[in-house]
Write a protein that binds this ligand. Structure first.
Ligand code: GLC
Length: 749
């Protein structure tokens, strides 16, 4: 007993000693309530009706000297100046954090996340995230509000462009890659940035696909579809989590204590920062769960939201709420501790200006290396959807090539949503890319013809006349950059403006027509547009879009992208996704009483995981290490992939799994592995996967994790519709304490 007392005494002494030397604890002990409230306040620079504007300085926001972080200020010189005024002008000299949305690049823009997800390439995504962090941190930024991890099955929702599509396994893999890329080699490197997993959680399940709208889904779907990428990001060391704007089943995420404190802090042991979204604290009032800014402050803080982004609710109300006992000082101190620890990890207490280095900024921005990476990412994100008669790749020495569509010269569109610090002048348009790539003898004619933003059809006649003289017509069609992203939901998924009329007229000329889609969401092309000879999905590919598209269009690169999200035939099919449950009357076409439509097939226009190549690939039947295994064992799967065409190409080999019979209805397929292989003509390669208990596990009807005995069918192929399958049996059932690690096996370290 005495020994235990001595040990306890020693521990207490050690803790109190560390508190005396730990700069964070030392600071915390000195801070006033107002200074603590300041650290939990983030100001923004966007001049908006709802948020403060630092630049004007005329607002009654808290003295800058107590604010903990700012959003939207960057530049080595500008951050140094503001940092100096805060550090030297404040009582405790606590440096600011500079935060920004570095979603898919900073000055060099990479493909929008949905596009890059089509590359199915965690290594690529890690490299682009790291390149973005290198550029952004060189401009004085410490913290990015990325990666955005919202799964969605509704392409009407504008923010589909910012995520990784519909699948939690692919989404989890890219979540890990982007967190790791943002961290780089970690502190004390000044290329290390704080990452943010957002928007926690199910923001992409907005009813009607309308941004900010209510989400209401089952606990099962929440746990099986929307949560895994966030769990993977936390396992990978994400530094912050941002709640979504939405209310989930009646509980706004900004006051959702069960998910923020119960799951995120309690079960997942997340120790980072929870930062509100823009005005998210204040919006608890319109959500109808808070009667005043003070009430909103109390609810958000007590639910676990630590930083108040731009609403100033915390700076104005927190001190009184603590004094009147509605918010505990422990809660406040824990929140402030998280922010101070982040500043400590960034090395800002030793040197507040270490990220604000003009020489590094000049050396590390828009370099040949970042441009080359942007071009590589653009090439790998393109999906070939159709190629009748192997029209593509086009020869570089065509006599006359007609390019139509206003998007072909729209440099801003190449950057996509959330391009922020990007400059369209730095970008290569599709027309420029084509002009640079074809032979000098090729006559390239450009006619706008039609635009996504106008119903004017007057330009179509000129396009029709020019088409008569062309060997091939390239129609660049789709959406402008601001037709997707935040507050950019569409009720229709068709080609906006007069673009469909344009493509119909072009097709009537009988000339070969190549459609190049520029879009931030799956589009539902009309039947006539689908008659085009070839269709390339090129999304918004960033600063090197035009070159990347030309590289594929003229065959310098063989397209390898696969769709990360289902393309519906019509918006009337939404939600439509590959991992559906079968229903009791699946659509087989055998009888009228089945789950289908009178006016459309129930299948999509293009399936998840689909993408063509300029070559062809053949798959052997999957070979299994065993056909029977215990619930504790792993299964090895091998398949031989052969390039059966005439040119080298990359194939994204996908493995899907179905639990044939279980205690609950299971998805008809779930992605559980993927590999990209490069094969020369005629080359064959064995591709291996390992499946384990976390792949066989499910949540039973009590939502408890379990592996159940029974047969499973696995599918391995180049799309979610592959029928290349094999069956195996798990011989026993076993309860699990959890579904298993969220980081996909292929990315675990
Ligand atoms: C926006 C977005 C969020 C972003 C934040 C700061 O409203 O919802 O993703 O990080 O505000 O710009």
């Amino acid at each position: 007993m005495a020994i235990r007392l001595v040990a306890l005494l020693l521990v207490c002494l050690a803790l109190s000693a560390s508190a005396q030397t730990d700069p964070v604890e030392l600071l915390l002990a000195q801070m006033t309530l107002e200074e603590k409230a300041g650290q939990l306040t983030q100001l923004g620079t966007v001049d908006t009706v709802t948020g403060p504007v630092i630049d004007q300085g005329s607002l009654t926001h808290p003295p800058m000297q107590t604010v903990g972080s700012v959003l939207g200020i960057y530049g080595a010189e500008r951050t140094r100046q503001l940092q100096q005024s805060v550090v030297e002008g404040s009582r405790l000299h606590i440096p600011l954090l500079f935060a920004f949305d570095v979603i898919h690049g900073f000055r060099t823009l990479f493909p929008v996340p949905l596009a890059e997800a089509a590359a199915w390439d965690p290594d690529l995504s890690q490299r682009t995230a790291h390149a973005a962090a290198m550029e952004a941190s060189a401009s004085g930024l410490h913290w990015t509000f990325a990666p955005m991890l919202d799964i969605t099955r509704d392409p009407r929702w504008g923010r589909v462009v910012e995520g990784a599509g519909e699948d939690p396994f692919l989404g989890s893999a890219l979540a890990v890659a982007r967190v790791r890329g943002t961290h780089g080699d970690g502190p004390p490197n000044t290329s290390f940035m704080l990452s943010t997993a957002k928007h926690f959680v199910a923001y992409g399940a907005a009813e009607g696909g309308r941004d900010y709208n209510s989400a209401d889904l089952s606990q099962r779907t929440l746990q099986e579809v929307y949560l895994p990428p966030f769990q993977a990001a936390v396992e990978a060391g994400a530094d912050a989590v941002m709640p979504g704007f939405e209310e989930l089943a009646g509980v706004p995420m900004h006051s959702n204590a069960p998910l923020l404190k119960g799951l995120l802090r309690g079960q997942w042991r997340f120790t980072g920062i929870i930062v509100s979204d823009w005005m998210g604290v204040h919006e608890l009032i319109p959500h109808g769960v808070a009667a005043s800014p003070a009430d909103a402050t109390r609810k958000a803080l007590n639910a676990g939201v630590e930083i108040d982004m731009v609403s100033q609710s915390y700076s104005r109300n927190l001190p009184d709420l603590v004094r009147n006992g509605q918010v505990s000082l422990t809660t406040v101190d824990e929140a402030v501790r998280h922010i101070l620890r982040a500043k400590q990890r960034l090395g800002l207490f030793e040197n507040p200006y270490r990220y604000s280095d003009p020489a590094r900024e000049r050396a590390q921005t828009l370099t040949p290396q970042t441009r080359a990476l942007a071009r590589e990412a653009a090439q790998k994100s393109i999906v070939l959807l159709k190629n009748s008669g192997a029209l593509l790749p086009l020869p570089k020495d065509l006599h006359t090539l007609l390019v139509v569509g206003s998007l072909a010269t729209d440099a801003q569109a190449t950057l996509g949503a959330w391009a922020l610090a990007g400059n369209a002048n730095d970008s290569v348009t599709i027309l420029e890319g084509i002009q640079r790539t074809v032979s000098p003898a090729t006559q390239v004619t450009y006619i706008p013809g039609a635009s996504p933003t106008s119903l004017d059809t007057q330009g179509i006649a000129a396009a029709q006349q020019a088409a008569q003289k062309a060997d091939v017509v390239v129609a660049v069609l789709g959406e402008t950059a601001d037709m997707s992203g935040e507050a950019a939901s569409r009720a229709d998924l068709g080609l906006p403006g007069a673009q469909d009329a344009l493509v119909q007229t072009l097709l009537e000329t009988g000339k070969p027509v190549v459609i190049i889609l520029m879009n931030g969401r799956p589009l539902s092309l009309s039947n006539s547009a689908q008659q085009a000879t070839a269709i390339l999905e090129s999304w918004f590919l960033g600063s090197e879009m035009g070159q990347g598209v030309a590289d594929v269009l003229f065959g310098d690169v063989n397209p390898s992208g696969k769709l990360p999200i289902t393309f519906a035939r019509s918006v009337g099919q939404v939600p439509i996704y590959y991992g559906y449950r079968n229903s009791g009357r699946p659509a087989t076409g055998q009888n009228p009483y089945e789950s289908t439509y009178l006016d459309l097939p129930s299948t999509p226009a293009y399936a998840f995981g689909f993408g063509l190549s300029y070559t062809t690939f053949a798959y052997s039947a999957p070979q299994l290490s065993t056909e029977r295994l215990a619930s504790t064992q792993s299964l090895n799967v091998r398949v031989t992939v052969t390039n059966t065409g005439q040119r080298a190409g990359d194939e994204i080999v996908q493995l899907y799994l179905r639990d044939d019979v279980a205690s609950v209805a299971r998805p008809v397929r779930r992605l559980r592995g993927f590999r990209k292989v490069h094969l020369a003509p005629g080359e064959a390669r064995i591709v291996e996967f390992t499946l384990g208990p976390e792949d066989f596990a499910l949540l039973d009807d009590d939502l408890l994790p379990v592996v159940e005995a029974g047969t499973f069918t696995l599918f391995v192929g180049g799309s979610s519709t592959t029928d290349n399958q094999a069956t195996f049996e798990v011989t026993d059932s076993r309860r699990l304490h959890a579904l298993g690690p969220a980081i996909p096996r292929q990315l675990r370290r």
